[in-house]
Write a protein that binds this ligand. Structure first.
Ligand SMILES: NC(=O)c1ccc[n+]([C@@H]2O[C@H](COP(=O)([O-])OP(=O)(O)OC[C@H]3O[C@@H](n4cnc5c(N)ncnc54)[C@H](O)[C@@H]3O)[C@@H](O)[C@H]2O)c1
Length: 324
């Protein structure tokens, strides 16, 4: 059963941190469409005003401009909330290598503040964004929970620390936490701009502008690119997950494997562009291949990856064509 048919109490309030960002704004939209109340907490650092403007007139939507590094703001945001979907963080592996202290402050302290505020406010479930980067240098494929290697970046370390706190908060305080290890999410509203943009929106944008994208490395690296609808499914199903499944982390992906060079050629062909890519140096902090075993989330809380890469990429291209 897809997430759209899930039922919550009619007065349910969801707090979405990072709700002005890519994943957070898609969560806000899906939950508002289902008829529930959404409170969004975001400091608009990497998020966009345009991702708030689209909801601001809806009676079920409230926006709090604030920073998760401030505990009193987190406490206020959690008042009366049933479910927290914590997405606020700074992403990007290479940026974290440049500014590790900042990542510690936002991703570790900010997440701890949110967990503490959720606990003190009696929140039912605390669902938070983790990342496939926690698998670090482990060469094992597919990636399976419990088979992590050494982390390769400050970003990955922050996510691993989040997961340790998630486990501790369940065991010490009985807060039901669920860590969702997203694998290369893509879809509408993902930011195509800047040095740290994700590859899919970046390639689409450059190709649409008739510019030559640069592939880091030779393009033979592979990833389990995951369409945003699957991530929404995971977040909402986790809100209804059993208590016994709490305190753990789960792979959230499609369970497939796409090579970057193939994606590039697919995008160029679909957008009808005869543009060859440039090839740059490999990126530090990354592994060559990544794909996920998603059976744990499927089994423990009924996660369904209904959107294949092919279906998702068509929807994403369609959106960028109309909105760039
Ligand atoms: N996009 C992916 O492929 C991917 C993969 C793995 C994990 N994740 C995780 O998913 C979450 C969402 O990622 P995204 O791709 O939507 O990124 P995004 O940058 O689009 O969204 C993050 C949001 O958090 C907000 N934010 C950042 N610092 C904040 C702070 N101190 N206080 C309040 N708000 C703050 C930003 O303004 C932004 O709106 C992040 O935790 C990220 O690490 C994303």
């Amino acid at each position: 059963m897809g997430y759209k048919n899930l039922e919550f109490n009619s007065n349910t309030i969801f707090l979405i941190t990072g709700g002005a960002g890519f994943i957070g704004s898609n969560l806000c939209e899906a939950i508002l469409d289902m008829g529930y109340k959404v409170r969004c907490l975001d400091n608009l650092s990497t998020g966009k005003q345009a991702n708030i403007d689209m909801f601001i007139k809806q009676p079920n939507y409230t926006f709090i401009k604030g920073d998760i590094t401030n505990l009193s703001i987190c406490m206020k945001a959690c008042e009366g909330v049933d479910f927290v979907l914590h997405q606020a963080a700074w992403g990007s592996v290479p940026r974290s290598i440049e500014m590790p202290l900042y990542y510690e402050e936002v991703n570790i302290k900010g997440t701890l503040n949110m967990m503490e505020a959720a606990r003190q406010n009696g929140v039912k479930k605390f669902v938070y964004a983790s990342s496939s980067s926690v698998y670090g240098d482990s060469p094992v494929l597919p990636k399976k929970e419990g088979q992590e290697g050494n982390v390769l970046s400050p970003y990955a370390l922050t996510k691993r620390v989040n997961e340790e706190y998630g486990k501790l908060y369940k065991n010490l305080y009985g807060l039901d936490t669920y860590g969702l290890r997203y694998f290369n999410v893509f879809g509408k509203r993902q930011n195509p701009n800047g040095a740290y943009a994700a590859v899919i929106p970046k390639f689409i944008k450059l190709l649409l502008q008739n510019e030559q994208p640069t592939i880091n490395g030779d393009g033979t690296q592979s990833r389990d690119f995951t369409y945003i609808e699957n991530v929404i499914d995971a977040n909402l199903k986790a809100c209804l997950a059993p208590h016994e499944a709490a305190g753990q982390a789960y792979n959230i992906a499609y369970g497939g494997r796409e090579y970057l060079i193939d994606i590039y050629h697919y995008l160029a062909k679909t957008l009808d562009k005869k543009i060859e890519p440039l090839f740059g140096p490999d990126r530090g902090g990354d592994i060559k291949h990544s794909n996920a075993d998603i059976s744990k989330a499927q089994k423990l809380f009924g996660y369904e990856a209904e959107w294949s890469f092919e279906r998702g990429i068509e929807a994403a291209i369609d959106w960028y064509r109309k909105n760039l």
